[in-house]
Design a protein around this ligand. Structure first.
Ligand code: PLP
Length: 754
C-alpha cells in the first residue's frame, strides 16, 4: 500500500468532495448564469459555497472570487496592486519605488511580480524580505523598508518547511505604510485561523487541491476597497471580476471540504496533528540517528517535517522511501547531477549540506492515526534496511560478499572503496569530507581492514578528509606507520590487498602532485585506473591553479596512455554527468585536444597554450574541469535511451533476448519493492563499475535494458554504456513504478555472468 506523505504538493480528493463533484456533473450541471431552474440550482450551490468560504476564512466582507487556483489568484492580486500604482503614477503622484516579498515565498509570487512589473512598464524595485534561521520574516528590516513599498507579499505558511509567518508582527511592521499586503494563504487553508477581514490583509489567494479538493479550483479574497483589476474579461461572471463559466464541479468539491472543516470530525485537531508529527519525528530519529530538522517545530505547521540526514543525499533517501511505499519529496531538484539547493533553506542561512539534501514529509489533516502508525513502522524498516546494508550505524558483520569497487558520489565528486574479498582489506580513494561517517560505518560494518586512504591529488575544493577517516576507524586501520601527503605508505612500492594490488604513477598537470592509482588483479592484469581529475568523462582537469603543473600535463597524459592503453577503464574524481567511467579511446573521440596531444599532433607547449586559452574563458565556479569546451558532448546527455514497457515486452517475446539489469541499491531491494515479473540481474548503481567490463563486452546486437524505480538511474546507466560503446543500451521508461505489476506472461531474461 502506498502511503502518501506529500500533502504540501497536493492532496487526494476527499470522498465527500468527489461525491459533490460527481453530483454536480450528473445532476446540478446547470450554468449558474442561466435563469432557468437548472441554472438557479447551480447558482444556489455557488452562493452556498461562497458563504461557507467566507465563514471559514473569516471574510464576511470584501470580494471572494473563485479562481482556477492560487497561481491565478496571485496574478490577479499582483496585477491589481501594480495596476493601481501605475494609475497613481499616471495621475502625477509619486509612487513608492519598491515591491517587497518574503525570501521564502513560493516562486509564483516573485515570478508574478517580475512579470507584471515588466508588462506594466513600472520598473519598480522588487526586493526580497530576508528571513531568519527560523524561516520567519525579519520584521525590523520590514519596518525599515515598508514605508517605501507599494506592495508587500508574505505567505501565511511555507510550503517547504511549514514555517508559519507572524502575521500580526508583519501587520505591525506595516503600520504607517501605505503598502498593499498580499498573504499567500495556500498552505494555511484549513490549518490556521486566518481571520482575514480582521487583519489589514488586502489579498489572499488559495488553492483547493492543497486541502482535499481537486486541482483547478481556488479562491481569492480581496479586502473591501482594495484595488481589483480582472485578469479575465468576458461573460461577466463573478460580478465581472473574473470571467469564464464557473468550475462548478470544483466549486462543489471545495464546498464539501469547507463543510467538513466547519462540521469537524474529518480533519484532526491541531493537538492531534502535533502528536502525529511528534510520532513521525521520533520514527525518523530512530531510523536516522543523525537526522536534523530544518525548521523549528514550535513555529511550523504540524503537518510538515523538513529534514536532512548527514551523508545521505535527498535522492538516496527518496529512493529508499519510495521502495518502502512512502511518497515524499525533495527540497531541491534532484534530477541534476549536482543537487540544486533549496532556496527556502538557503534564505534561512542553513549550511549547504542541509539545503542540498533536504527531504519534505508532509501529511494531510485527514490522515488517519492508523496511516501515521504504518508510516512510522515503514520509516523504522527504512532505518533497518540502511543498517543491514552498512549504510548507517548499528550492525557489524553485514551479510553478503563485498564488491571489489563501490562508488560514492556527492555533487559530482566521486569517492571509491576498493575492497578485496579474500583478504578483507580495503583502500579508500578520494574520501569526501561529507562521507566520513558513512564510509567509516560502511568499513566497520563489513569488518574490513583499512589498508590506506589515498587522494589522487591535493584537492582544490576541499581539504583532504583522509586523516579524519583514519581517525574515525582506529580499530580497522591496518599497520602502517607513515604515509605521504596523498596517503601512500612510505617506502612501499605496491599496496598489497591480497587478491589485488595497487600501483601508483605520478601524472602532474591538474596539480603538481596528481597521481594515478593502477589496480591489478591476482594475475598481475591491469583492471582499471583511478585517474583523479587528470582525465574525466568529457573533460580534462584544469591546470590554471597555483598548484598546477600545466607544462607537464601533456607528458603525463602520454605516460598514462603508455601505462593503461586505450581501453582500460578510468575512474575519475569528478563525474558531473553520471558517466561512471571512461577510457582514453572514448575520451580521444570526445576531446580533440586530448587526441591531438596523445597522437603527437600537438607539442606539449602548444597543448598547454591551447588548454590555457580554454581555461581563460571558464567561470571560476567551473572549478575542476574544462567545462563544455572539453565537456563537449553535452548533447549525448540528452540522448533518448528510454524504452517503453510495450517495446520491452515485445523484445522479450521476439528478437535477441534482452539482458535486464536492475540498478537499485540493496537497501531498496530489502524493502521488497517488486519488479513485477521482471527477472533482472541486480547490479546496484553504486557498484556498476564492477560490471562495466562484462557489459561492454556483450555482443553488439544484445539489447541491454537497465531498470530502476523511476527510470532516472537506469537512464544514467544506459547512457554510460552507450558512451562506452554498447549502442543497444536502454532504460525502462518510467521504471518499475510503471511496469505492469501482473506481467505473469513475461518470459525470463537471460542471466548475466559478471
Ligand atoms: N503558494 C504556495 C505556498 C504553494 O504551496 C503553491 C503550490 O505549491 C502555490 C502558491 C501555487 O498553487 P497552484 O499551483 O495550485 O496554483
Amino acid at each position: 500500500m502506498e502511503i502518501y506523505l506529500d500533502a504540501n504538493a497536493t492532496t487526494p480528493v476527499l470522498a465527500q468532495a468527489r461525491a459533490a463533484a460527481l453530483s454536480v456533473m450528473a445532476d446540478t450541471f446547470g450554468n449558474p448564469s442561466s435563469i432557468h431552474g437548472s441554472g438557479l440550482r447551480a447558482r444556489a450551490l455557488l452562493d452556498e459555497v461562497r458563504a461557507a468560504a467566507r465563514r471559514v476564512l473569516g471574510a464576511p466582507t470584501g470580494q471572494l472570487l473563485f479562481t482556477s487556483g492560487a497561481t491565478e489568484g496571485i496574478q490577479t492580486a499582483v496585477l491589481s496592486a501594480l495596476h493601481a500604482l501605475r494609475q497613481r503614477r499616471i495621475a502625477g503622484e509619486t509612487i513608492p519605488a519598491r515591491v517587497l516579498y518574503g525570501a521564502t515565498e513560493h516562486k509564483a509570487v516573485p515570478e508574478a511580480l517580475r512579470h507584471w512589473n515588466a508588462l506594466l512598464g513600472l520598473q519598480l524595485h522588487i526586493e526580497a524580505i530576508p528571513v531568519g534561521a527560523d524561516g520567519r520574516h525579519d520584521l525590523a528590516w520590514l519596518s525599515r523598508h515598508a514605508p517605501e513599498a507599494g506592495l508587500v507579499c508574505t505567505m501565511a505558511a511555507n510550503n517547504e518547511t511549514g514555517v508559519i509567518s507572524d502575521l500580526d508582527g508583519i501587520a505591525a511592521a506595516l503600520a504607517g505604510s501605505g503598502a498593499l499586503w498580499l498573504v499567500d494563504g495556500v498552505q494555511a487553508l484549513g490549518k490556521l485561523p486566518l481571520h482575514l477581514a480582521e487583519r489589514r490583509i488586502d489579498y489572499a489567494p488559495f488553492s483547493g487541491h492543497k486541502l482535499y479538493a481537486p486541482k483547478g479550483i481556488g479562491m481569492l479574497y480581496v479586502r473591501e476597497g482594495a484595488p481589483l483589476t480582472p485578469l479575465l474579461m468576458g461573460g461577466g461572471q463573478e460580478g465581472a471580476l473574473r470571467a469564464g463559466t464557473e468550475n462548478m464541479a470544483g466549486i462543489a468539491a471545495l464546498g464539501a471540504v469547507l463543510s467538513a472543516l466547519e462540521a469537524g470530525g474529518v480533519f484532526a485537531s491541531p493537538e492531534r496533528l502535533q502528536a502525529q508529527r511528534d510520532r513521525l519525528a521520533a520514527a525518523l530519529r530512530d531510523a536516522f540517528p543523525g537526522v536534523v530538522f530544518n525548521a523549528p517545530f514550535e513555529s511550523s505547521l504540524p503537518t510538515t517535517l523538513n529534514f536532512s540526514v548527514p551523508g545521505m543525499s535527498a535522492r538516496m533517501l527518496l529512493d529508499l522511501f519510495d521502495a518502502a511505499g512512502l511518497r515524499m519529496s525533495g527540497g531541491s531538484a534532484c534530477s541534476a547531477a549536482r543537487a540544486q539547493p533549496s532556496y527556502v533553506l538557503e534564505a534561512m542561512g542553513l549550511p549547504a549540506w542541509q539545503t542540498e539534501s533536504a527531504v519534505r514529509l508532509s501529511f494531510g489533516a485527514a490522515d488517519s492515526a492508523g496511516l501515521i502508525d504504518e508510516a512510522c513502522a515503514r520509516l523504522q524498516s527504512c532505518g533497518e534496511a540502511l543498517r543491514a546494508t552498512c549504510q548507517s550505524e548499528g550492525v557489524q558483520g553485514a551479510d553478503g560478499p563485498v564488491e571489489l569497487l563501490t562508488r560514492f558520489v556527492v555533487d559530482g565528486a566521486c569517492c571509491y572503496i576498493v575492497a578485496d574479498e579474500s583478504s578483507r582489506r580495503c583502500v579508500v580513494i578520494d574520501p569526501l569530507p561529507q562521507l566520513t561517517d558513512r564510509l567509516a560505518q560502511w568499513i566497520h560494518c563489513r569488518q574490513l581492514e583499512l589498508a590506506a586512504v589515498l587522494d589522487t591529488h591535493s584537492h582544490g575544493d576541499h581539504a583532504s578528509s583522509a586523516q579524519a577517516l583514519r581517525d574515525a576507524l582506529p580499530a580497522s586501520l591496518g599497520k602502517c606507520d607513515a604515509v605521504d601527503g596523498l596517503g601512500w605508505p612510505r617506502g612501499v612500492q605496491a599496496l598489497d590487498l591480497g587478491g589485488h594490488r595497487l600501483l601508483r604513477m605520478s601524472v602532474p598537470g591538474h596539480t603538481q602532485d596528481s597521481t594515478a592509482y593502477l589496480l591489478h588483479d591476482g594475475l598481475q592484469q591491469l583492471r582499471l585506473a583511478f585517474v583523479g581529475d587528470t582525465v574525466m568523462p568529457g573533460a580534462l582537469g584544469r591546470s590554471d591553479f597555483e598548484q598546477s603543473a600545466p607544462a607537464a600535463f601533456g607528458a603525463s597524459l602520454r605516460a598514462l596512455e603508455q601505462a593503461v592503453g586505450p581501453h582500460t577503464l578510468l575512474l575519475p574524481a569528478h563525474d558531473y554527468d553520471n558517466r561512471f567511467a571512461t577510457t582514453l579511446s572514448v575520451e580521444c573521440a570526445a576531446q580533440p585536444l586530448l587526441a591531438a596531444v596523445l597522437q603527437g599532433r600537438l607539442s606539449d607547449e602548444s597543448f598547454a597554450m591551447e588548454k590555457a586559452a580554454l581555461e581563460q574563458a571558464l567561470a571560476p565556479t567551473e572549478y575542476q574541469t574544462l567545462a563544455c569546451g572539453a565537456r563537449s558532448e553535452c548533447s549525448l546527455f540528452d540522448e533518448q535511451v528510454e524504452l517503453p514497457s510495450t517495446e520491452l515486452l515485445a523484445q522479450m517475446s521476439a528478437g535477441p533476448a534482452p539482458m535486464l539489469v536492475d540498478v537499485r541499491e540493496p537497501f531498496e531491494s530489502r524493502m521488497g519493492m517488486a519488479g513485477g515479473a521482471l527477472d533482472a540481474q541486480p547490479v546496484p548503481l553504486s557498484t556498476l563499475i564492477n560490471a562495466l567490463p562484462a557489459l561492454t563486452r556483450l555482443p553488439a546486437e544484445t539489447p541491454l535494458v537497465f531498470v530502476c524505480r523511476s527510470g532516472n538511474r537506469s537512464a544514467q546507466a544506459a547512457r554510460a554504456l552507450r558512451r562506452l560503446g554498447h549502442a543497444q543500451a536502454w532504460s525502462l521508461a518510467g521504471g518499475l513504478a510503471l511496469w505492469p505489476a501482473q506481467a505473469g506472461d513475461v518470459p525470463g531474461a537471460e542471466a548475466l555472468a559478471i
